[in-house]
Design a protein around this ligand. Structure first.
Ligand SMILES: [Zn+2]
Length: 85
C-alpha cells in the first residue's frame, strides 16, 4: 500500500510506513459506513427502519384492499368485517 503522508510504497501487510513511520491502516482503511451497535445511534436507526417497514406494509394493505386498485395479485380480498348490533 502507498503511504499518504510521504507517498512511499510499503508492503501490503506492513503496519507502519518505512519512510515516515506513520501507521498505514489507520490512514488507508476508510471508516465503516454503518457500524452496528455503536451505542446511541443504533436504536435510532432501528426505529427508522421499523417505521419504514410499517409504512411499506401499510401501503401494501391499502393496495390489496382497494376494489379497483393496481394490486391484482391478491387472491380474494375479503370484505372488511363490520359487526354492528
Ligand atoms: Zn510514509
Amino acid at each position: 500500500m502507498k503511504c499518504r503522508s510521504c507517498g512511499r510504497k510499503n508492503a501490503w501487510q506492513s503496519e507502519f510506513c518505512s519512510g515516515c513511520g506513520k501507521p498505514l491502516e489507520a490512514q488507508v482503511e476508510p471508516p465503516a459506513p454503518t457500524a452496528p451497535g455503536t451505542g446511541a445511534e443504533s436504536w435510532r436507526w432501528n426505529i427508522i427502519w421499523l417505521l419504514v417497514a410499517l409504512a411499506v406494509v401499510a401501503l401494501l394493505c391499502i393496495y390489496a384492499f382497494q376494489p379497483s386498485g393496481k394490486f391484482k395479485g391478491a387472491p380474494s380480498p375479503a370484505p372488511p368485517v363490520t359487526q354492528q348490533p
